[in-house]
Design a protein around this ligand. Structure first.
Ligand SMILES: [Zn+2]
Length: 118
């Protein structure tokens, strides 16, 4: 039998909180009640805090150099997917870089083609 430190009501030894007043019986009675709570917190936080880089963002960034139009399209799709993912996917900067670099290569490609025709 354990007695509540707050209201002195009798409780079973395994009780984490007083049945009479709800006050936690932690000090000597149940030292094992705190570590499981910490483990649960770390486990839940660790699972949610691991956003994956969007694969299309990587593909779009690479394609921006090789085939600018494909790179722009892939990066734009990747950017919309990342924004819809509510933080579960990362790579927004990579997708934006793919769009910008793809656009530059696209414009440069047109200038080179126009110049070559003269
Ligand atoms: Zn109590």
């Amino acid at each position: 039998m354990a007695f509540c430190p707050r209201c002195a009501a009798p409780n079973v030894d395994t009780a984490a909180a007083c049945a009479a007043c709800g006050s936690p019986i932690a000090a000597a009675g149940a030292p094992g009640s705190i570590p499981p709570m910490n483990q649960q917190f770390v486990g839940a936080g660790g699972g949610a805090m691991m956003p994956k880089t969007n694969g299309l963002a990587i593909a779009g960034f690479i394609c921006a150099f090789l085939c600018s139009i494909v790179g722009i399209i892939l990066s734009a799709v990747a950017l919309s997917q990342i924004k819809k993912s509510n933080g579960t996917q990362k790579g927004e900067g990579l997708a934006l870089a793919g769009i910008i670099i793809g656009s530059i290569f696209f414009v440069v490609g047109i200038i080179i083609q126009v110049a070559a025709r003269r």
